[in-house]
Structures are given as C-alpha cells and as structure tokens.
Design a binder for this molecule. Structure first.
Ligand SMILES: *[C@@H]1O[C@H](CO)[C@@H](O)[C@H](O)[C@H]1NC(C)=O
Length: 399
C-alpha cells in the first residue's frame, strides 16, 4: 500500500519534472522579483480611487493608456485595434483604426497626429485622416523575441550562445514590443521596448522570468532609425519627460530610472524613484510638474508572493498555461502615485480591494482631474483631485 503510494508519487514527480523541463517557456537566471514591502508600510492601502466616475463604460475594451489633449479630449487605444476619442461633450468616437490586440501607449505628436505603441508591430504614427505609418519595428542589434517562437526552448539554448548571429538569421522576428512613447521638443521620440523575449499576451511570463531584456529606445525622425538609450530593463514600460526635458524617465518592473539629456551628467542613468508600493507602469507629467505613475499590485496576493519567491515554482507555474492564467488573474486592486520632479513620492491613491477598478496601468492629470486606464476594465476612470484629501493631510507622506 505504502509502496503503491510512493510509486505513484514518484511517477507524478517525474512526469512533472519532465513536463517542466520540456515545456517551461521561461529561463529564470537571476533572483526573484523583490517584494515592495518597505514602501507598502510607508503608504498603507487606501480606497480614495473608489470615488471615480466611469467614462465610456462598456465601449472600451481594456484601455491600457489614456492621454488628454489641451482641449480636454480623451484618447485611448483598446483591445479591438481602435484608437478612440472622447469629445469634450462626452461622446465617444472611433478615431483611428490600427487593428490587432496589442495597442498600448498613446501620445501626441507636435504635428497633430498621435503616436501609438503596438506591442506586436512597433511604434506607429496615426493621423486624423486614418493613415497609419510604422515608424520603427526594429532597432540596430535587436534580438529576437524568443518567447513568441514555436521552437522557443531550443532557440533559447542556441540564443544563449549565439545572441547576435541568431538575430540575423530570423529577420521575421526582429520586432519591438513597443509599450509607451513620448515626443521631445527636438522631435526625437523616446519609447520603451518592454521585452525582447515575450510578447504582450505573455507579459506575465516576462515577470516570472525576471530577466531584464527591456529597453528604452529613441527614434530619430531625421534618419528614420531607432537606437538604444538604455538596455537591461525589467519590462520597460512608462516613458516621460519633465517640463525642461533635462532627463527622460523610463519605468520598469520595480522602479523608474532617468537618463540625463542635458547638463554635465548627459547620458548617465540613475534611479529616479524606487521603493514604490507597487510595480510602476505608465508615467505622465502633470500640469504642476509632478509625475503620476500607475502602480500594478503584482504582489497583492499571498499565493503570488509565494510562487514568485523561488525559480522552481516560477518555472512550474510558467509550464502550465492554465495555472499561469489563474495566477495572473489574482492580481487585484489598483494604485497610483504622485511623484515630484526629483523622484519623491508625494501621495498614493488606491482602490486596495479593487471594488471599482483593478489593474490601473495608466494615470494622467488634466485641469485637476485624474484619468485612469486599465487592462481590466471597460471604461476610463475619472476622479477630481478636489474631491480627495490634500497630500499634507494624509498620514504617511514623509519619506
Ligand atoms: C459631440 O461633439 C461632436 C463633435 O463636435 C459631435 O459630432 C457630436 O454630435 C456631439 N455629440 C453630442 C451628443 O452632442
């Protein structure tokens, strides 16, 4: 009897090991993503976001990013391939069609067109007349996004030894996971390439693997070429510029970095803000010179916390798509942070239980109102800052 159980247990263990060895799409080489514990203690959860109103409810499929122009018109890109716009009178319209399911960041261009980041195609320009132009889909020395290849495990092994040569032999896979973008006043476009290993559908695998293959890129419209500003980023996403454009900020899984564009530190990278009570996603400049950052609550569930602790558990979860999907679905709650121009957290607003909104991926301020995009909603959130307590009245603002 005991022997039978032992044999069965052994059989399960062996088949699990074989399954993970053969099917695991991730290759964690470094440490696990750390838990943002210290920051969470400094900024206890609150539910100030629960007072938001819902714009376009039911019309918007997972509006990841949100941008508001000078006239108060709201732009977002949705999972059905549309860039949608809310007019000042509150009516929504289909503004520009790109197609696909991977539209993420939206940002204005000085000429009146919009920059749209497509996780599958690259950096796009979308004009009012419907014309879509692919600005950048590759970068010099780009690597293949192996996670999307059919022979990923084999290629990963080869890739490990022949990084550059492999890139040359599969030009069809030389694409960028464009996530967020911003145009500087000299027409240079800074944008993020979230991962060179996984596509948008598999962003969660990138988190489990935690291998820092994202990049901050810049596109020069004069040469039509994209080049690397900063690499080895863990899922590069939000990109922003301060009013004087003296640096460019890029956010990754645990923190935001800045690269100086002016002054004696030009070209140098340093931490802009870390120890955040969540995982930063999009970042935008507000009208008062402060930035607003959406913070994913990836470590909100104890189960999630446990499985991300060891590389073996991360590999096991990643090897079973259904398990990975269920684990990803445990990401609940929402949080955003206001951060000063020198990287100090001013205040944090949240919906800790996810009662009204979950997975806020973008926050932007316009005329004292905050607008929220999310991958887990069918609306854009809107909240007047006048309706919530001022930062000095909140308990935990000292840093
Ligand atoms: C809102 O404004 C747009 C553009 O000015 C117009 O086309 C639309 O009919 C208006 N909708 C309503 C409900 O007034």
């Amino acid at each position: 009897m005991a022997r039978g159980i032992l044999t069965a247990a052994l059989a399960v263990a062996v088949s699990l090991a074989v399954h993970v060895a053969l099917r695991c799409p991730i290759h964690p080489l470094g440490p696990s993503p750390p838990r943002p514990a210290a920051a969470a203690a400094r900024f206890p959860p609150n539910n100030l976001l629960q007072n938001m109103e819902k714009l376009g409810e039911g019309k918007l499929v997972a509006p990841e990013d949100v941008y508001v122009d000078g006239g108060g018109e709201v732009y977002t890109a949705t999972r059905d391939g549309w860039v949608r716009r809310m007019r000042a009178n509150g009516s929504w319209e289909e503004w520009g069609f790109v197609g696909g399911t991977g539209l993420l960041g939206v940002a204005p261009l000085a000429d009146g067109a919009m920059l749209v980041c497509d996780a599958d195609k690259g950096l796009l320009k979308v004009e009012d007349n419907g014309r879509v132009t692919l600005l950048a889909s590759a970068v010099e020395g780009s690597t293949i996004r192996l996670g999307s290849c059919k022979f990923a495990p084999l290629l990963q092994t080869i890739h490990f030894f022949h990084r550059s040569r492999l890139a040359d032999s599969f030009p069809g896979h030389l694409m960028l996971f464009a996530d967020a973008a911003i145009e500087a006043s000299d027409d240079t476009i800074y944008f993020s390439d979230a991962s060179t290993r996984f596509n948008f559908d598999n962003w969660f695998l990138d988190f489990l693997e935690y291998r820092f293959t994202g990049r901050l890129l810049k596109y020069d419209p004069r040469t039509g070429k994209a080049s690397v500003v900063l690499d080895n980023l863990g899922f590069a996403n939000g990109v922003a510029l301060p009013p004087d454009e003296s640096f460019v900020v890029v956010c990754e899984t645990m923190l935001c970095l800045r690269v100086w564009l002016k002054g004696e530190k030009t070209g140098q990278a340093e931490i802009f803000v870390d120890n955040l009570p969540g995982n930063p996603d999009n970042i935008r400049l507000g009208s008062d010179g402060h930035f607003w950052i959406a913070l994913l609550q990836l470590r909100s569930s104890p189960w999630f916390d446990m499985i991300t602790r060891w590389s073996l558990t991360r590999r096991v979860i990643a090897s079973f798509p259904a398990l990975a999907k269920r684990t990803k679905a445990m990401v609940k709650g929402a949080m955003v942070a206001q951060v000063s121009e020198n990287g100090k957290i001013v205040r944090v607003l949240g919906d800790s239980e996810g009662k009204v909104i979950n997975v806020v991926t973008s926050v932007t301020e316009f005329h004292g109102d905050l607008f929220f995009g999310s991958l887990a909603t069918n609306f854009i959130g809107k909240l007047s800052l006048g309706k919530i307590p001022q930062p000095q009245k909140q308990g935990a603002v000292s840093s």
